[in-house]
Design a protein around this ligand. Structure first.
Ligand code: ZN
Ligand code: ZN
Length: 412
């Protein structure tokens, strides 16, 4: 991937005395501990507490954004943990559990007149603020207990509300074919939102910095890469490395804005080819179709209706800077292709357990473990894949039409 150079020299120097953190801002709650559903498609063990523990003990993710904290049943659970003293609220916003900070967020669906639906992420500093926000939303939302529900106000009204409450607004997985700003709502983000008051945009699993660089309206807006996890193992499949003074909400806001030596150092995301909506794909004739086919049209080859438009092909359709995508108009942190451990061929539950036993967290396995130690723990072949992944050298067979891509096992 392209690395940025000029500005980085300065900021790197400035930032060197501040700590760095691994950050994943998009994790769903499946149910509460008492069994109330929150995200129906999320796994049952994806509770507030289990997310905090998984991030802290196994993943090594320092800051997690849980984006179903608007749900009153979830808020009750958070209050219990605060009262019991197992978790505590930071003065700068966010909730501390052992080595991890939980940020309180909400994923919300909006649909402006004449546009398709889009998901937006809102983060607020404290539980109290989130509870007020829930009360505001409940007037324009049918079931405020559940995840990612439609809010019957315009995108701009929601944005203003979040900003006025001291919150951060981040459009979610902006290119995915369902329920995203570019994928289904509009060809330009400025049609929906005030671009001055967007903290960042989330690239989503099928896009990277270079692809998003084809849209010039994103130039002033930072990119983040998050997991959108619907189960515990998926936490941290995409994440960011941020420099900030402390792992708090306020510091996150500074880092996204790049203020005073804080900033986003790197994005770690799936190779877009691994994403399940990378190319426009007809499931009927099993062909990759490419750009220029609006969602739901007929396949030009077999006539089958309703194929899923791929992220890359959508970007080709709406880009205003396609000729020169390599020249990013703004300084961007490097985007590292990250192959999550679950994609590594031959790495089953047993080997994963052995790795975590030996190295502590997945972040440690992915970034720091010595090659020789990896070999003694899980054998030469599997260790070889991890090292190839670390160097960005694993070959990938592209995904499409809702199927994930795969690591090509012939690549060794
Ligand atoms: Zn979403
Ligand atoms: Zn989501």
């Amino acid at each position: 991937m392209r690395q940025t150079t000029t500005l980085h020299v300065e900021t790197g120097h400035e930032r060197s005395h501040l700590p760095t953190y691994y950050v994943d801002l998009h994790i769903h709650i499946g149910r509460t501990e008492k069994g109330s559903p929150v995200k129906i498609s999320g796994s049952k063990d994806l509770t507030f507490y289990n997310i905090a523990r998984e991030a802290s003990e196994r993943k090594g993710i320092d800051i997690v954004g849980i984006i179903d904290c608007h749900s009153p049943v979830v808020q009750d659970e958070i209050m219990d943990y605060l009262h019991r003293g197992e978790m505590e609220e930071f003065e700068g916003g966010g909730i501390r559990y052992r080595n991890t900070t939980v940020l309180l967020g909400s994923e919300i669906e909006v649909k402006d007149p004449g546009c398709g639906a889009a998901h937006l992420l809102a983060y607020l500093p404290t539980l109290g603020e989130m509870q007020h926000f829930t009360r505001w939303m409940s007037r324009a939302m049918k079931n405020v207990e559940l995840s990612s529900q439609r809010l019957y106000v315009t995108a701009r009204e929601l944005q203003r509300e979040v900003i006025d409450r001291g919150g951060l607004l981040i459009p979610a997985h902006i290119f995915t074919p369902y329920k995203s700003v570019y994928g289904s709502a509009a060809p330009r983000m400025e049609q929906l939102l005030d671009l001055q008051h967007i903290a960042a945009v989330e690239l989503g699993l099928s896009a990277d910095t270079e692809m998003a660089g084809c849209l010039s309206e994103l130039d002033g807006i930072p990119f983040v890469t998050n997991s959108d996890a619907h189960s515990l193992p998926k936490i941290g499949r995409e994440y960011n490395r941020l420099t900030m003074r402390q792992p708090t909400f306020t510091e996150l806001a500074h880092a996204l804005a790049g203020r005073d030596g804080r900033g986003i150092d790197a994005n770690y995301g799936l190779n877009p080819h691994l994403g399940k909506y990378h190319r426009t794909y007809c499931a009927s004739c099993e062909t990759v179709l490419g750009a220029g086919h609006p969602q739901g049209e007929r396949c030009p080859l077999c006539g089958h209706a309703k194929f899923v438009r791929g992220v890359m092909d959508r970007i080709v359709d709406i880009a205003d800077r396609l000729e020169a995508p390599p020249v990013l108009a703004v300084n961007r942190p490097p985007y590292h292709y990250q192959v999550p451990l679950e994609f590594i061929p031959g790495l089953g539950p047993k080997k994963l357990a052995a790795l975590l036993d030996r190295f502590g967290t997945e972040m440690h396995v992915l970034h720091k473990a010595e090659p020789a130690e990896l070999v003694t723990t899980i054998g030469e072949e599997t260790a070889g894949y991890i090292m190839q992944a670390r160097r960005g050298e694993l070959a990938i067979d592209a995904g499409g039409g809702g199927r994930y891509g795969k690591v090509a096992t012939s690549s060794r």
